[in-house]
Design a protein around this ligand. Structure first.
Ligand SMILES: Nc1ncnc2c1ncn2[C@@H]1O[C@H](COP(=O)(O)OP(=O)(O)O)[C@@H](O)[C@H]1O
Ligand SMILES: [Mg+2]
Length: 247
């Protein structure tokens, strides 16, 4: 389970909160899509969740653990796929998976089984012996996903995971996200790609300028807006007010 309670982040000397009293709960077994335009505060929320940043005020809990107070304990519960492609380029795919398995204390047997399973699932087995620097963007994204899953975490956090994936890789990832949720994990991901959210998510939240504008199942949000597509809801909700700043 993930809980944001009035979580607020003000960067440096900014006069505006990048994340403004965010309150939301993602229960076990739920795929939650965090939607919003560029600069809305999605990555900031995810940084609070993964312990990379501390909230200016408010609380973030992962499996009941306060991330700011017990970051190591909280991080052990999380598999994280960041939005950047900054990785350990000199390592091969196998070495990277091994590195992640070491970080999370995964046994030799478990890591071998899981590496095989996920490399096969994401069709990356042939490239696993090559250095990551030779990978395409999509392949890097896949190896990051495998690295995040190697300890089979109860909470899976992905920041814009579909970016750079071809349709097939994207399909495979979405399938795994659903499977993990059905197995009881909590899956939280950000996106500005709406078709993804519509089909994949149990719950959707729309954020703009650091504030959660609305929340519900994709169907509920559509229904509330008079049976328009989620895209239409999103465009209308985020159209008003100041333009979002750049990334
Ligand atoms: N390290 C930072 N320092 C100052 N401002 C930042 C920093 N990171 C993000 N911001 C600002 O915070 C707001 C939210 O950014 P971000 O969380 O990256 O949005 P999103 O991921 O939804 O595109 C933006 O206005 C952005 O310019
Ligand atoms: Mg972002």
């Amino acid at each position: 389970m993930i809980q944001f309670i009035e979580a607020t982040k003000v960067y440096g000397h900014s006069d505006r909160a990048a994340l403004d009293h965010l309150t939301l709960t993602v229960p076990q077994g739920c795929v939650y899509g965090f939607l919003g335009p560029n600069g809305a505060g999605k990555t900031t929320a995810i940084r609070l969740l993964t312990g990379a940043l501390k909230p200016t005020s408010g609380t973030v809990l992962v499996e009941g653990i306060n991330v700011a107070d017990e970051p190591v304990k909280a991080k052990q519960k999380i598999g994280f796929v960041p939005d950047s492609q900054e990785m350990y380029d000199k390592l091969t795919g196998y070495e990277y998976i091994g590195f992640m398995a070491d970080v999370f204390g995964v046994s030799k047997q478990d890591r071998a089984e899981r590496a095989e399973k996920y490399l096969k699932m994401f069709e990356l087995a042939d490239a696993a012996g090559q250095r990551i620097q030779s990978y395409s963007r999509g392949m890097k994204q896949k190896i990051a996903v495998i690295g995040a899953l190697i300890h089979e975490p109860p909470v899976w956090v992905l920041d814009e995971p579909m970016v750079g994936l071809d349709p097939r890789a994207s399909f495979l990832l979405k399938e795994e996200m659903r499977r993990r949720a059905e197995a009881g994990a909590t899956v939280f991901f950000s996106t500005h790609v709406l078709e993804v959210a519509e089909k994949l998510c149990d719950q959707v939240g729309i954020i703009q300028r650091g504030k959660l504008l609305c929340e519900g199942t994709p169907e509920e949000l559509q229904h509330r807006a008079g049976d328009e597509s989620l895209e239409q809801v999103f465009l209308e909700m985020t159209a008003s007010g100041e333009e979002a700043k750049d990334e």
